[in-house]
Design a protein around this ligand. Sequence first.
Ligand code: ZN
Length: 366
Amino acid sequence: MSEIFAGVTTSGETRLIGEVAQGAACGCFCRACGSPLVAKQGDVLSWHFAHVAKQENPECYVGALNLIRRLAIEDILGNAVLNLPECHVTIRRRSGLGHSDAKLVWQPEFERWVDFSMDAPKGATVARIRLVDGGVAELSVEATESSISALPVAVGDTGMIACRFPIPAPQHLRTFEAAMAQIRATAAWQWIRVPAGAAQVRHAIEQLDAQDRLEAARIDKLAHQRAVEAGSRWAGIAKRNRAGEAFLRPRQAPGIPPTSGGEEGAGDLLPGRSPGCTLTFYKLPGEKLWVRYMRADKRYVVIPFPGHPWVGWENDLPPAVGRYDPELQAYVLDDVFRGMEALAELSSTVKSGRSLAEFISDPCQD
Ligand SMILES: [Zn+2]
């Protein structure tokens, strides 16, 4: 479909093909090239305008499309109150345990038009709308030849609504009323950006924040419980070890001063560690000692005790614990609880603390 269905009169008014006299008497000109038009209103072909001199260009059809878009914009802006589409948005928050989603649906209320520009080009803002809750939304209006599918929704300071409508078929493009009825019936209204200031969005973000804090507290509590549970086992092993060398005493001490400080002064022994986070130590059969900690990016990782890796450690832990990440050179616990449980089950000893030094010195001190 690429026939011209609209022209302009000498006084600049838009006329559709069914609204003019037949033939050269139509008195219309091409909006794009300015050439005089003749109206073809036959029985066989769909009604259309033709250029008198037949020098029609693709731009001429685009000009007609712009006219219909302009009429749609006028029609929309002519509403004193606009029925806005519902807001549907999912706010996703990433966290140590994956992510949490808040699905929101609400009905924003139109208050008034703030400003508008009838001749805004395709893709530009046609008008700005003041919402009852104080937010502002921009409106774009597009005529489209492709089918209309839902667009992704984001959250932004200023909202954005798209009104998209399919170009009506030729039989609906004969009069303004028929064209508008068709456009109103087929237009798809959708929020592209929902205003971040909307109460629903602010409330959901507050709830996600609270959930984050709760989750962090739960992980801390679980780590603490593990440490307490392991306490008695730990004391027993420590007692047995006291006569000889504690298994945690480094056999050689590359990079770890045996008596002083700890990891703070010894370089990046726990890469990416979140400052001050709890360390948890797991001793597995074969004198394999692992350290679990939280990274600054909120991911939990497990590595061999710094300075004491063994050949093949990258393949030592089962998938239930986590997956080995070659970039981090650590196991990443995608599911923190499941990973901790699986590690604890494999371990003869579990102990928590704040620094590596606590596990180099006499382990039964606390
Ligand atoms: Zn033309």
